[in-house]
Design a protein around this ligand. Sequence first.
Ligand code: ZN
Length: 487
Amino acid sequence: MQDLKLYNSLSRKKEVFEPLTQDRVGMYVCGPTVYGDAHLGHARPGITFDVVFRYLQHLGYKTRYVRNITDVGHLVNDADAGEDKIAKKARLEELEPMEVVAHYTRNYHRDMHLLNTLPPSIEPTATGHIIEQIQMIEKILNNGYAYEVDGNVYFDVVKYNKDHAYGKLSGRNIEDMISNTRDLDGQSEKRNSVDFALWKKASPEHIMRWPSPWSEGFPGWHLECSAMSTKYLGERFDIHGGGMDLVFPHHEAEIAQSCASDGHEAVNYWMHNNMITINGQKMGKSLGNFITLSEFFEGSHKSLEQAYNPMTIRFFILQAHYRSTVDFSNEALKGAEKGMTKLMNAIDTLESIETSNESSINVASYKTKFYEAINDDFNTPILIAHLFDVVKQINSIATGNGSLNEASKKSLTQLMSDFCFDILGLKKIEAASQNGITDDVMAVVLGLRKLAKENKDWTAADFIRDELAKLDITVTDSKDGANWSKK
Ligand code: ZN
């Protein structure tokens, strides 16, 4: 087997992966700030690093995958200003911040489960690690790379930059950063506009607050990942992942915090997934193309022509290399749906092929190609292209053009299962919904419920809803009628 090569965002080149400890790998991935429904922007890192996690385990590494939940400290504005995103949502919805956190964490877990991503080994929360964050701030203060002003603690980027290079991950230099931020931040109490908050004093109306040596307040957003990765993976660990949008300032700040606290960097390989666009546009609430994952699964957003199975979304994301952008459109998703069906059908066909003495397919050469693709910085589009070469072969053998012996059938079945299910994390779409029977029957049931409601027969309408709920089927009413989804 060849070496696994990873593109390291820090060195900007592909490097052969060598774990710090022979058979163990530590991987940290920045998780969601839980103040809204999970959307496509969550699906991509979720799936990208799920494949990394799956493949490392396939290679035999005991992998500790840590993905955090941000439940405090992520402000609306990057320049350490504005409200906490969760506190803001809690205020608008008249909820406790932890109700917001619990609700959207459950929602995120449900969607990640539907996308067939494996749960991380540890999923720590920022609020559960306030003590560790305070301890890290104390270390950074003691080492002279932070200062306190009126209960706030800021990281001294200019001082740090004299001893270490600030900006090496993002390729930015400090002079540009200072001139770009100066005007925005003129009145700040920070020594320099590029400094970022490690601890913020809570204003009187701020709900989420903890005691600290400096003030009653809350940690800055960048700090949690440094503190929790150190706690669970040590001062040095193998892989740190996240979306490209986190390179600056979040990951740049993480590198600085680790060096300032421990005197050296923590991460060996930085991996970043690229962004998702919808019909060529960036995704955004103001653009009207902000589609949540459950809207995809239910087809309930106005720009969707149909519902898409989570496996279609997964397959579609894997059809692009994780460092390329992915553009979502109905056409592209329907294409992915067809491709996914074709692939799964071929796996069924393979099972039913009668073997003979001869074999017209060279399984070993495909195996080499599959590994070469995945070892080349997780090149899933090339891997999928090879999978479809096999699909073609299977289909021609099934129609009498070629043959398969017992040994080849066995090894090919194993190979397809390893790569499609274990590594890419695909799974078969349930036959019932695939052939439309479930959809058709559900349309009849929901039609009956609609009739009952029109006749004001609430007993019947509620009976249908409650009995469906017992089967884990949720009915949601909208302007255009009722939708259903199964857990
Ligand atoms: Zn992070």
